[in-house]
Design a protein around this ligand. Structure first.
Ligand SMILES: [Zn+2]
Length: 491
């Protein structure tokens, strides 16, 4: 920007209202809204008090593209066209773009990315709470490569800690908050290689609860806490072969155990709580019965920890946005995306921006893509309808490819919905609006993979509260931890 343009821009900002009257479009609603936005942004003041509480909300696999799909979906569910909708995270005042790669992976995984925002260092794909000097699977090197994680740091400065996820609590993202492991898959002892002295991830969670550093843990993954020959409350077997029942161990240490929505409703939140609501991951929001929603767990977590004298650190994962993306099933992506948005709205409503830093982000994006040129209001789960040149809402004409067949708004570059068979040949199915908008519909994709892949694209971090203005520009993912650490310790 040259100096005179910069000066003109500054003038426009300081006296834009006076200039605006001279514009032919002065009465245009877009123009007036633009003016109002500048005015609002000029009023945003940084909060530089120490953050008493920190809430980190992560939707796994919710990059900017996936977040866009959820925005359209929630807006359309509310009767809007969609694009104009503002998600609760979109409404937060400070945003940065985040580079998600792992030290050895252009396309990252959730262990490496979780370690970045839960410890402040980037590391290799597949490892938890260790630095990049450790090779994945090298059991003997874990101690030497161990780094301090969020649970250790925040409990060390006197904060109470909650870990919440709709995935297994031992899964990569939640585990990166409290565990150190040479492999994310070592969730129970039976997964550890022969002779490996490292503690499995479930044991590490129970150790953290017994020592009082984790006060509340809500999620899925019961199977990793009980023996192979045991049966849980829903008749499902465990994964442990060391004879331990970690749930009984937790109970003996005075930790309350709950496993369904009834126990959730009647729990005594003044005591430490371990909630394991499924044998594996919790249900997708679209299929949820008998277990709390992410927003309900978020509210319970805030209520349980809010009277803590030194504040709290709460890490909350919408774990299944990622799984639905892997399945190429956009309908469950966006319904879990809305469940995440509801949890954010809860956290925003229940906390004071002067004392609570809210950080909303994703660990990585997926190989998700959006077709064009769809008219406004084309159902994000359905067909791409042509633009109406004379109006606002789309026309009633679905756009077609050169094969004469319609296509959907959303698709994937790879995954189980591939139009190419294992023999290398194939053609696009002729999809109808009714088929495409079914909850079980798998979006068309190009490259055949049994599980759709992550991508290395950027994600966003959205934030409100003390020091949230430090989220600015394009940052490395590990910087997220440093902003939280600064906010919690600023004098
Ligand atoms: Zn994933």
């Amino acid at each position: 920007m040259n100096k005179s343009i910069l000066m003109a821009a500054t003038l426009l900002l300081t006296s834009s209202a006076a200039f605006a009257a001279d514009f032919k479009q002065a009465d245009n609603q877009w123009f007036k809204d633009g003016q109002a936005t500048v005015k609002m942004l000029m009023g945003v003041q940084p909060i530089t008090e120490k953050a008493k509480n920190i809430i980190l909300l992560i939707a796994d696999g919710n990059g900017i593209g996936t977040n866009y799909a959820t925005r359209l979906y929630q807006g359309q569910q509310m009767g809007k066209l969609g694009s104009e909708h503002v998600l609760p995270q979109d409404a937060l005042p400070h945003v940065a773009i985040v580079k998600t790669y792992n030290t050895n992976a252009q396309t990252p995984d959730s262990a490496g990315t979780g370690t970045a925002f839960h410890t402040g260092v980037k590391t290799k794909a597949g490892v938890l709470g260790v630095d990049e000097t450790l090779a994945r699977g090298d059991c003997s090197g874990v101690d030497a490569a161990t780094v301090t994680n969020a649970v250790e740091f925040f409990s060390g400065i006197g904060k109470e800690i909650g870990v919440i996820s709709t995935a297994r609590l031992t899964h990569a993202t939640p585990a990166s908050a409290y565990a150190h492991s040479a492999d994310r898959n070592w969730e129970a002892d039976s997964y550890l290689p022969e002779g490996c002295g490292q503690k499995d991830i479930a044991v590490q969670l129970i150790d953290a609860m017994k020592s009082g550093s984790v006060d509340l843990a809500l999620g899925g993954g019961r199977r990793n806490f009980i023996a192979k020959d045991a049966k849980d409350e829903e008749g499902k077997g465990g994964k442990r072969t060391d004879g331990k029942n970690l749930i009984e161990e937790a109970k003996a240490a005075g930790i309350q155990y709950i496993w369904d929505d009834k126990g959730f409703a009647s729990a005594d939140w003044s005591k430490p709580v371990l909630g394991l609501f499924e044998s594996s991951h919790m249900k997708y929001e679209a299929d949820r019965t008998g277990e709390p929603s992410l927003a309900e767990m978020t509210a319970a977590g805030i209520n349980a920890l809010k009277d803590s004298e030194n504040g709290y650190f709460l890490t909350i994962e919408a774990g299944r946005v990622d799984h639905a993306n892997h399945a190429g099933n956009a309908a469950r992506v966006v319904t879990d995306g809305v469940a995440f948005a509801d949890a954010i709205a809860k956290a925003v409503a229940m906390t004071d921006p002067e004392e609570t830093l809210i950080v909303v982000t994703a660990d990585h994006e997926h190989a998700i893509a959006f077709n064009g040129y769809c008219g406004r209001g084309s159902n994000v789960l359905g067909l791409c309808y042509d633009i109406d040149g004379a109006g606002t809402k789309h026309s009633d004409k679905p756009l077609t490819g050169k094969d004469g067949k319609p296509y959907t708004v959303m698709g994937y570059l790879n995954g189980p919905g591939s139009i190419i068979g294992e023999d290398g040949t194939g053609s696009r199915p002729d999809v109808t609006q009714e088929e495409a908008t079914d909850i079980d519909y798998v979006q068309q994709s190009l490259i055949p993979l049994s599980s759709e892949s992550h991508s290395g694209e950027d994600v966003a971090v959205y934030s409100r509260g003390p020091w949230s203005h430090l989220f600015d520009s394009t940052i490395e993912q590990n910087v997220i931890f440093h902003v939280m650490m600064h906010a919690a310790t600023a004098e």
